[in-house]
Design a protein around this ligand. Structure first.
Ligand SMILES: *Cc1c(COP(=O)(O)O)cnc(C)c1O
Length: 369
């Protein structure tokens, strides 16, 4: 886990406390002001204009850098803008290797970079080191992965990827949205940058869109500071506060998500209409294949607690159909070739009582049988 002074439960819960010195508020204030008064030329208090720096955003960014054991964090208006910020370190003509099973929105963005900015992407299975090494070219600049992959829930060995990245002078970027810093810290395994869609587990309540980049290393941290301010993809003070408020309960939420996911996994493994269950061993996400694609629509229609909706990581249980929702951007032949088929459903198991979740699944299976 992390190298912070305290256990991570304490670090999460204490976010924002003892940060405000004038009135000593326990909950960190939301500084909406976009501008800050200077008493004379050259005498500011560290803040000028909110795109460049905001006291509420600073508290959130400092907490994220600390929890991910990075040097600096950058709060962005969405997970996608975090990915865009990270990729703004690269230029036209650069080649990036990414994992095959990647978030559909990331795939769409990479496709856009290929179409409009002459980037090159190749897609790696996530398992074979030699295949990864063979993809490295003279213009390769970075390896970008998600672990566990989504929706196929495969853990990628970050230490082995970071070894290959270092040996070839490549940046190693990890999207840590699904496990969160409560479960894993990619920087400890050699990542240079960590990405989060804070919309998901960090905020945790399906009510705010946000993203974060955490960086390790002086050079990229300075460059990201410059670009973050230049492009202005910053997160609003109110949204920073909402994410921090959510993060205070991340450890207890995550334990309940994980306990529930394990119960649901065991139930699904014994359900005859389920062909295969994919659970990466930790966290609250799992996927499974129904025995027949034609059962997907009636199954979704019969569920009462699991909400058929696109997203993950909130307190409410959601069920997603990757083929038409999160991964619709990926052509059908491409996604089928690596196992993302039309029978696949993905669960973001919430923090309700596991018995109620299982009962909901049970009544849906009984109805479609
Ligand atoms: C949702 C998601 C994103 C994109 O984040 P937004 O906040 O929706 O822009 C990126 N990566 C992963 C793994 C995600 O689940």
């Amino acid at each position: 886990m992390s190298h912070q002074q305290h256990h991570s439960e304490t670090a999460f819960t204490q976010i924002g406390n003892r940060k405000e010195e004038s009135l000593k508020s326990v909950s960190t204030p939301i500084y909406l002001s976009t501008s800050y008064r200077h008493s004379e030329v050259g005498h500011g208090n560290g803040y000028d204009y909110t795109r460049t720096g905001n006291p509420t955003r600073d508290v959130f960014e400092e907490a994220m850098a600390n929890l991910e054991n990075g040097d600096k964090a950058f709060a962005t208006s969405s997970g996608m803008s975090a990915i865009q910020l990270a990729f703004s370190l690269f230029a036209s003509g650069d080649h990036i290797i990414t994992c095959r099973d990647v978030y559909g929105g990331s795939y769409r963005y990479f496709d856009l970079l290929e179409q409009k900015q002459n980037f090159e992407f190749t897609y790696w299975s996530g398992s074979d080191e030699h295949e990864l090494e063979r993809q490295i070219r003279s213009n390769t600049k970075a390896i970008f992965i998600e672990t566990p992959t989504n929706p196929l829930m495969t853990n990628i060995d970050m230490t082995s990827v970071s070894g290959i990245a270092k040996a070839n002078n490549l940046l190693f970027i990890v999207d840590n949205t699904v496990y969160t810093p409560y479960i894993q810290n990619p920087i400890d395994d050699g990542a240079d940058m960590v990405i989060h869609s804070a919309t998901k587990y960090l905020a945790g309540h399906n009510d705010v869109l946000a993203g974060v980049v955490v960086s390790k290393g002086e050079g990229i941290s300075e460059e990201l500071t410059y670009i973050h301010n230049s492009i202005g993809a910053t997160l609003s003070p109110f949204d920073c506060w909402l994410v921090m408020r959510g993060m205070k309960t991340l450890p207890i939420r995550m334990r309940q998500h994980e306990g529930n996911a394990k119960r649901v996994m065991t139930y699904l493994k014994n359900q005859p209409l389920v062909k295969n269950v994919l659970y990466p061993g930790k966290g609250g996400m799992l996927s499974f294949f129904l025995d027949d694609e034609n059962r997907v629509v009636p199954f979704l229609q019969t569920l009462k607690l699991f909400t058929f909706a696109e997203s993950l990581g909130g307190v409410e249980s959601l069920i997603t159909y990757p083929a038409t929702q999160t991964h619709a951007e990926i052509p059908e032949d491409v996604r089928s070739s690596y196992g993302l088929t039309n029978e696949l459903l993905r669960l973001s198991v919430g923090i309700e009582h596991a018995d109620d979740l299982i009962q909901d699944l049970e009544q849906a299976f009984a109805a479609i049988e």
